[in-house]
Design a protein around this ligand. Structure first.
Ligand code: F6R
Ligand code: MG
Ligand code: MG
Length: 386
């Protein structure tokens, strides 16, 4: 049976700042989807990560289906209605356009989808991240789908020997989807060369080279490219099929032990380590750290099992402690150097405005004339700007 997994997510309001949606908001979205599901969906699941809600839908209508996208959009409108009623912070934050036009892409919500022939056993993972951007998935996906240090399958399973094809998107290009396909392992260094830049080049999807089957998809929107101004980070979602020709579930999870530094956290303008957290948790220290949740499912005949929370395990408590330490370390240096993002990536205009004002007060010192023995304080006195 051919099915489509669609995950569409948005932040439409949260309690106490950008922390976590209210129970009523979640229920409203859930109720709405449940009602519409009767006609359109085989099954569904609602997931929360920080201040974001993600709707996972299983159906037979393929990717980019207008009715499926409309369902999610309308569900978020319903959530926004409740958020306004409750006075939640940032009500309707990610619904950037007034009217829906067939696809949520470009309207604010993030989405990732894949259509495939269901295997007799179809395990997959749903990752949802908050206070970061889609490039946060670059390193974990690169490691799981190319590196035998994390994916033992490259040594032990002949099914995986041919490697994977990465489709990578240049998210700075706003006039259309600018993508490149690169094959691992032959073009590993080229893949790494692009994926080192999490802000510009983002893994969009990964396919098996043995079977051509889609293995992973990531949401790739850039909210500030849509809105033209800061509207929150593009907290991403990803779907990853596991086992068989794909890395095993544990191999896909392995890189999350690193807690690598990603862009996001406070005001979307800092670097912080990505912390793998349990489902439905909120956001805390310095509007962070950036978090990722992981839910494992099986789907059969289009019906989802209940999710298993893959980061709810004593091993990840130890990881969380280490990651918290990394978060504290980088916060020690506040705004300095790599703690804060470069100007091009700052999500608020304050620094740029200030630099503009300060620029007018800079002076260029007159050059000292040759052979002068005068004291620098006199000869080198700054010429005042006029
Ligand atoms: C980061 C984020 C928060 C807010 C911060 C200020 O993605 O959502 O860190 O940027 O809480 O929020 P505003 O500008 O809404 O007061
Ligand atoms: Mg928010
Ligand atoms: Mg968010």
């Amino acid at each position: 049976m051919k099915i489509t997994l669609s995950c569409i997510k948005a932040d439409v309001g949260a309690i106490g700042g950008h922390i976590r949606p209210s129970a009523r908001l979640r229920e409203a979205v859930e109720q709405f989807v449940k009602e519409k599901a009767k006609k359109l969906l085989l099954s569904h699941h609602i997931n929360m990560a920080g201040d974001d809600l993600a709707i996972l839908m299983v159906h037979e209508r393929g990717v980019d289906n207008p009715e499926i996208h409309q369902l999610a959009w309308d569900a978020f409108l319903e959530g926004t209605r409740v958020a306004r009623e409750q006075g939640l912070y940032g009500a309707g934050q990610d619904l950037l356009k007034d009217s829906f036009s067939g696809n949520v892409k470009g309207l604010g919500p993030g989405s990732c989808e894949m259509e495939f022939e269901e295997r007799p056993n179809e395990p997959f993972l749903l990752f949802t991240a908050d206070k970061t951007n889609p490039g946060a998935f670059n390193l974990p996906l690169y490691l799981a789908f190319t590196d035998p240090m994390h994916c033992a399958g490259f040594l032990l399973s002949p099914k995986m020997a041919k490697g994977f094809t990465f489709t990578i998107m240049d998210v700075n290009h706003t006039e259309g989807d600018r993508v490149i396909e690169l094959n691992a392992p032959e073009e590993l260094y080229d893949i790494a060369c692009l994926l080192r830049d999490n802000e510009r080049f983002v893994v969009e999807s990964i396919r098996s080279r043995s079977t051509g089957e889609m293995g992973a998809v990531v949401s790739t929107s850039r909210l500030h490219n849509i809105a033209g101004t800061y509207t929150g980070k593009d907290d991403p979602v990803a779907l990853v099929r596991t086992q068989g020709v794909f890395p095993a579930t544990g191999e896909v999870l392995s890189p999350y032990r690193i807690g690598h530094y990603v862009a996001g956290t406070m005001r979307g303008s800092h670097n912080g380590p990505l912390m793998p957290v349990k489902q439905n948790g909120g956001i805390s220290f310095f509007d962070g750290p950036p978090i990722v949740t992981g839910a494992a499912f099986c789907v059969h005949g289009g019906k989802l099992t209940e999710p298993v929370d893959v980061f709810d395990h004593p091993f990840w408590d130890w990881v969380r402690n280490n990651v918290a330490q990394k978060a504290a370390e980088i916060r020690m240096q506040g705004f300095s150097g790599p703690a804060m993002l470069p100007i091009s990536e700052l999500e608020y205009g304050g620094v740029v405005e200030k630099l503009g004002q300060l620029d007018r007060r800079f002076v260029v010192r007159e050059e000292k004339s040759h052979g002068s023995h005068q004291h620098a304080g006199a000869a080198g006195r700054a010429k005042q700007a006029v």
